[in-house]
Design a protein. Structure first.
Length: 437
């Protein structure tokens, strides 16, 4: 990986792209520290220092914003509205025939879907920004902090509108920065901004574990966490690269006096076909009951039961539900994102077939069978990776967003691998040598 970056810096045009991407990252991190107008920065810092990293209810969104959510900055919502909008549009593509037809139109249809995603991102940013401002005004953002109710001193409608508009505009700027990195940088703009947001809290989370440690002034716990993290990175890299290659043979066709086809290729089916989406879905769904209890303020039996079993991440009910939801969403997302019948029809149209399998419906059934077989280990792997923060919570007193677990490690390793592949492919294009030298 370091060799690829070193070679990229030696190539003038790639060096410009890397420096441009670094400049965008600096702007992104700078915006994550500029407070929203109308917020008392002093009171926010007091509550953040008092709460530390124990705010598990908003921990997932805060992690995706690089810590900007609890700081209530102009980039407080971060990339999360865009991620949510992209997932919603991807799910609706399966349900709404018009969106499915747009997807099949190629580049023009994809551009239209991207435009819809931007509109939905703005709507979600307005909704989430309003919720964040309302939560900050009531003091529910930092429970137990004496200054929580004074985070927004001015309760007027004008101040509230200015805060919501500022955070919505910040989300639009983040979306624009991500697209700039995709077009003029090294690519994968949104993924790189997500990578930076998560990686920004790594050093603080690791140092917090060292401060909370008791053996050898915390250095033993710190070293164990580093070793566990390296082992997890190796495991994630191994599984993320694992794939089942289904061979495909294309028959020869005579068009005029020339023969076309007759080549052999394969369909790569990844073991973790769903990526990190099931973990995000399961985490978001498990936050809903605790969110309802917090905003309702109820002390009824059902509220007490939820607070006892589904607020703390180390409870057996929480662990079991979290694991089952990840497995369910892994199968659900794979089912809607990969259509075996469509793949079989495309193969049949271009004269392709799997050796030993008849074209058409038998091919679709075979692809569905193989996909179900490899999704089981992929979903179990996701569940085990996501449970590492829970085990760390019990073993080291860490927070639910443990630096080497769950969503964070999957995104960081996945984006890192994809970025290195992008750089290597661009290097190969510029240094390609044919068989004639």
């Amino acid at each position: 990986m370091l060799t690829a970056f070193a070679r990229a810096f030696k190539t003038p045009d790639l060096r410009k792209k890397l420096l441009f991407t670094l400049g965008i990252i600096v702007l992104f991190r700078l915006g994550s520290h500029i407070p929203v107008p109308g917020v008392s920065y002093t009171n926010v810092q007091k509550c953040v220092d008092q709460a530390g990293s124990s705010n598990g209810l908003f921990g997932l969104v805060n992690m995706f914003s690089g810590g900007a959510l609890l700081q209530i900055t102009i980039f407080a919502l971060g990339i999360m509205p865009y991620i949510t909008a992209s997932i919603i549009l991807q799910l609706l593509t399966v349900v709404i025939p018009k969106l499915e037809n747009l997807k099949k139109e190629g580049q023009s249809g994809t551009a239209k879907i991207t435009q819809y995603t931007r509109y939905l991102t703005v709507a979600l940013a307005i909704l989430q920004g309003t919720g964040l401002v309302a939560t900050a005004r009531t003091g529910a953002l930092f429970q137990g902090c004496p200054q929580a109710s004074q985070i927004v001193p001015d309760r007027s409608i004008f101040t509230t509108i200015v805060m919501v508009v500022t955070m919505t505009a910040g989300t639009c700027v983040v979306m624009w920065l991500g697209e700039l990195v995709t077009d003029r940088g090294i690519g994968n703009g949104m993924s790189i901004l997500m990578f930076i947001s998560i990686a920004a809290g790594f050093i603080g989370a690791l140092w917090q574990i060292k401060l909370q440690g008791k053996i050898a002034d915390g250095w033993v716990e710190f070293g164990v966490v580093i070793l566990v993290g390296l082992a997890m990175v190796a495991l994630v890299v191994f599984v993320e690269q694992a794939q089942r290659r289904i061979p495909v043979q294309y028959a020869k066709r005579m068009i005029g006096r020339r023969a076309y086809g007759g080549t052999s290729t394969y369909i790569p089916l990844k073991v973790n076909q769903a990526g990190v989406i099931p973990v995000i879905f399961a985490s978001s769904l498990l936050y809903i009951p605790a969110l309802i209890v917090q905003f309702s303020g109820s002390t009824a039996g059902w509220a007490t039961w939820i607070q006892k079993h589904f607020v703390k991440g180390d409870h057996p009910y929480y662990i079991a539900t979290y694991f089952l939801l990840i497995v369910f969403f892994a199968f659900f997302y794979v089912a809607i994102s990969f259509n075996p019948e469509e793949v079989a029809d495309n193969m049949k149209k271009y004269g392709g077939f799997i050796p030993g399998i008849r074209a058409g419906r038998p091919t679709a059934e075979y692809l569905s069978y193989v996909l179900n077989r490899i999704t089981w280990p992929g979903s179990l792997y996701l569940g085990l990776i996501a449970l590492v923060p829970t085990m760390a919570l019990a073993g080291f007193g860490a927070n639910q967003n443990f630096p080497f677990g769950g969503t964070s490690i999957l995104i960081i390793v996945g984006v890192g691998l994809e970025t290195v592949k992008q750089i290597e492919s661009q290097l190969q294009q510029r240094n390609y040598e044919g068989f004639l030298r």
